[in-house]
Write a protein of this length. Structure first.
Length: 662
């Protein structure tokens, strides 16, 4: 009850009992002790009525001549008192009303007994019997928990009735009147004083309980504040790493014990270092605060929590029901931050506002027994999102080489590959189908593990890009192609695959220029094959690097055309020398619809004025089809498989030369 009273006290604008005026405290005391007073008065009156009726036995013994009348009076008063009491309780009458009924019942009980009792002829008995009238006075002051004023008024009425009856019955006996009168007055004073002290003590107990409740609540508030402070990021106001880790453990426990699935979503602010360096640390802090705020406001209605995981990285945790819900939540996160329209014109990728990359993972039956796994998966998905141009979302895919678990040993191997001769190049011829001459070779990287186990490019290239090892390996491949087949004159031209990571690397074009100078190879002998894998829109760093490479005389080829999502954008934004059509279109050309699509692609590229090279020529029929379509350049197992440098033999293909002359 003291906590409820404290709420009422705070509603008055005061939080501490010592600050409130006495009238307010007294009002709160009356309000919150009311139910207990009603209960006490109700129980007290029932007990008092029972005792009152039991005293009927003394009427029979002491005043038998009027006992029938007094007993009837007792029962009438008792019945009326209880009926009125219960009706008032049913009607939800307040404590003052119930206490007043009890007080009236006390006076009525004594008065309606006394009037018939005074008619007795047993004078000596009634002289002594009247002393029990003080019981009614003590009941008003001690038996019930009446307020002091009500108890005093009740006692005075009882005292007045006693004195009046004594004067009426024994006017000629002054000694009796003086003795018993003093006794009655003494009982009145004593019981009233005790009642006053008890009421004061009850009020003080209430105030002490109220103060204790206030101190307890203040301690709870301080504890909550300290707990919140220890779990809150000092800058952004969202949960910090400590709180996130605890929530993660709780979610994981629920997943393990009850099967409640959840998602862990990592959110990284794109190009934040550039933002911080250019606009300043205060602006950088403001950027993080705004991002955290919009994430919190957006996700809170969705029952998702936001925490700062470190630096410019945030983490979102949410209960989920499946993959689609996770993807939808990730897109909400990405679009919410982009919707801030926070200017960031230093990122140099065509975007002009702050964006985020989002990587997510969620619990699945095959998630494994460790909590760290899901965070590791989300981190890999985040890397995949950043590697695919940023401002996008990626969900962990165990079949994606960028995120799979089988790459830890590969990453370690890549770090020592060049030094330990674990990597080498193989070369596949690119043939002119009209003349039969080999016009170039494609340089393809091969890797083996320490134990000699070979790895396919599909296994190690994504890992090399994720770990950054592709930068050193890429420059090594360019230098090796220059020294093995170009500087020695084995082939007139060599193509080397170059990834988007290399093109976005600062100083890549300068490093290539240094290699050309050191190996004595002309840039026109070298071609770089760029896979259609990133969106050229906004990739200003990539476009600038390609332009610098072209200035060195290096030819730029678009590889695997038709398999990505941005091929037309590439063709529109940059004048490639040659476009390599992916082998899948040739394989599908056996069907009329597949051939029609291949012809449409060839027509599109020719309209751009670019050379065409088709991959995947594996049969003589493929070669015949190339002649039908007027394709000059081809590559495939039928023309020559990839072989090490010591097996490279560059020579014309007689059959093709004959066909070309027809």
């Amino acid at each position: 009850m003291s906590h409820a009273a404290l709420n009422d006290l705070e509603a008055t604008g005061k939080s501490c009992p010592t600050q409130a005026p006495p009238s307010t405290l007294r009002q709160i005391y009356e309000t919150h002790t009311g139910p207990a007073r009603v209960t006490a008065a109700r129980q007290g009156l029932w007990v008092a009525v029972l005792v009152y009726l039991l005293f009927a036995a003394s009427d029979v013994i002491l005043i038998p001549d009027v006992a029938a009348t007094t007993i009837l009076a007792r029962f009438i008063v008792a019945l009326l008192s209880l009926v009125v009491l219960e009706v008032c309780c049913w009607a939800k009458v307040g404590p003052r009303g119930i206490e007043s009924i009890s007080a009236i019942s006390i006076v009525a009980g004594y008065l309606f007994w006394l009037i018939p009792a005074l008619e007795t002829t047993a004078i000596e008995s009634i002289r002594l019997y009247m002393i029990f009238g003080t019981i009614f006075m003590m009941g008003a002051n001690l038996f019930f928990i009446f307020p002091f004023v009500l108890s005093v008024v009740t006692s005075i009425v009882v005292l007045g009735v006693l004195l009046a009856s004594m004067v009426a019955m024994f006017p000629s006996d002054p000694v009796y009147m003086i003795n018993f009168g003093l006794f009655y007055v003494s009982c009145f004073i004593f019981t009233s004083y005790v009642n006053w002290k008890l009421n004061g003590e009850r009020y003080n107990v209430f105030l002490n309980a109220l103060e204790a409740a206030h101190q307890h609540r203040e301690a709870e508030k301080r504890g909550v504040a300290l707990e919140r402070l220890s779990n809150t990021d000092y800058l952004t106001g969202v949960e910090n790493r400590r709180a996130v880790d605890k929530r993660l453990r709780d979610y994981w426990t629920d997943w393990q014990s009850e099967g409640k699935a959840f998602a862990a979503i990592l959110v990284d602010v794109d190009f934040f270092k550039k933002y911080n360096d250019f606009y300043g640390h205060q602006a950088g802090d403001r950027c993080l605060i705004l991002v955290a705020s919009v994430l919190n406001d957006t996700l809170k209605p969705l029952n998702a929590s936001v925490g700062r995981y470190g630096g410019e990285e945030f983490i979102v945790l949410s209960r989920v029901t499946g993959r689609d819900q996770v993807m939808a939540l990730c897109e909400i996160i990405r679009s919410a931050v982009e919707g801030l329209h926070l200017v960031h014109d230093q990122r140099r990728d065509g975007q002009a506002v702050v964006t985020v990359s989002v990587g997510a993972s969620y619990t699945r039956p095959q998630s494994g027994p460790k909590l760290e796994r899901i965070i590791n998966e989300a981190d890999r998905a985040l890397y995949s999102a950043k590697a695919n141009g940023r401002n996008c979302i990626r969900l962990f895919n165990p079949n994606d080489p960028l995120t799979s678990d089988d790459n830890e040993n590969i990453a370690a191997t890549l770090r020592m590959a060049i030094k330990n001769d674990l990597v080498h190049l193989v070369y596949q011829p690119i043939q002119n189908l009209r003349t039969g001459r080999v016009e170039a070779v494609e340089s393809l990287m091969r890797l083996k593990m320490i134990d000699g186990t070979p790895l396919s490019p599909a296994q190690f290239i994504p890992v090399a890009e994720r770990t950054g090892a592709i930068l050193d390996l890429g420059l090594w491949a360019i230098r090796r192609a220059c020294t093995e087949v170009l500087a020695t004159g084995i082939a007139p031209m060599a193509s080397v695959n170059v990834s988007a990571i290399q093109l976005k690397s600062r100083g890549f074009a300068l490093a290539v220029s240094t290699i050309l100078e050191e190996t004595g190879v002309s840039g026109s002998q070298l071609a770089f094959e760029i896979t259609e894998g990133i969106d050229m829109e906004g990739q200003s760093d990539v476009i600038r690097c390609i332009t610098d490479l072209q200035a060195l005389g290096i030819r730029i080829w678009l590889d695997d055309f038709g398999t990505g999502f941005a091929g037309l954008s590439w063709l529109r934004l940059f004048p490639f020398d040659t476009v390599k059509i992916d082998r899948s279109f040739l394989q599908d050309a056996r069907r009329p619809a597949g051939r029609a699509m291949l012809e449409d692609i060839i027509r599109l590229i020719r309209n751009r004025g670019l050379k065409i090279l088709i991959e995947g020529l594996e049969t003589a029929d493929h070669v015949e089809l190339m002649h039908e379509l007027g394709i000059e350049l081809g590559q495939g197992y039928y023309l020559g498989r990839p072989v090490p440098i010591d097996e490279v033999r560059i020579k014309a293909f007689p059959r093709l030369a004959t066909v070309a002359g027809l």
